[in-house]
Design a binder for this molecule. Structure first.
Ligand SMILES: [Ca+2]
Ligand SMILES: [Ca+2]
Length: 152
């Protein structure tokens, strides 16, 4: 009987601990009834390449957080749902340093903008860009200055 009681106390203790931890994680507010708590993440979890929004709801409080970049444009604040067991779920945030920078709540895939000869903008190693990829018109198909102009 004494064993049953200590087991009961231990179980209650775990629930109380879970409730306290769960409550504190949501900006110090009480999580209330944990059983009805739900959390969804539009980018499916920790996904640095997509801007996601988490929606946490326990029937009393609702918290919505969208991934965002910090003011340096390098650090991503990635939000995700943390569900340690079948009773608890809450929103968590992890900081991630994007290797190529952060923009609009997601990491950029590359720091090098896509250069293209023929787009009318002189970029990178291009000597010229006249908006086309025709050679012998002053600017070649590889965006080099044509040395020879074809007589028409
Ligand atoms: Ca996410
Ligand atoms: Ca994301």
């Amino acid at each position: 009987m004494a064993k049953d009681r200590s087991l009961m106390i231990a179980i209650i203790g775990i629930f109380v601990m879970a409730w306290i931890i769960g409550g504190l994680n949501i900006q110090g507010k009480s999580a209330g009834s944990a059983a009805s708590t739900s959390c969804s993440d539009s980018d499916g979890g920790i996904n640095y390449n997509f801007t996601g929004t988490i929606n946490w709801n326990n029937g009393t409080y609702q918290i919505t957080q969208t991934d965002k970049c910090d003011s340096t444009g390098k650090i991503l604040y990635e939000y995700y749902c943390y569900t340690p067991n079948s009773i608890n779920t809450w929103g968590q945030m992890t900081k991630y340093t994007c290797p190529y920078g952060c923009q609009n709540g997601a990491c950029l895939k590359s720091s090098v903008p896509t250069r293209r000869c023929g787009n009318g903008i002189v970029e990178g190693t291009e000597q010229c860009d006249d908006g086309n990829t025709i050679s012998y018109d002053g600017c070649s198909s590889t965006c080099r200055v044509d040395r020879v102009t074809r007589r028409v």
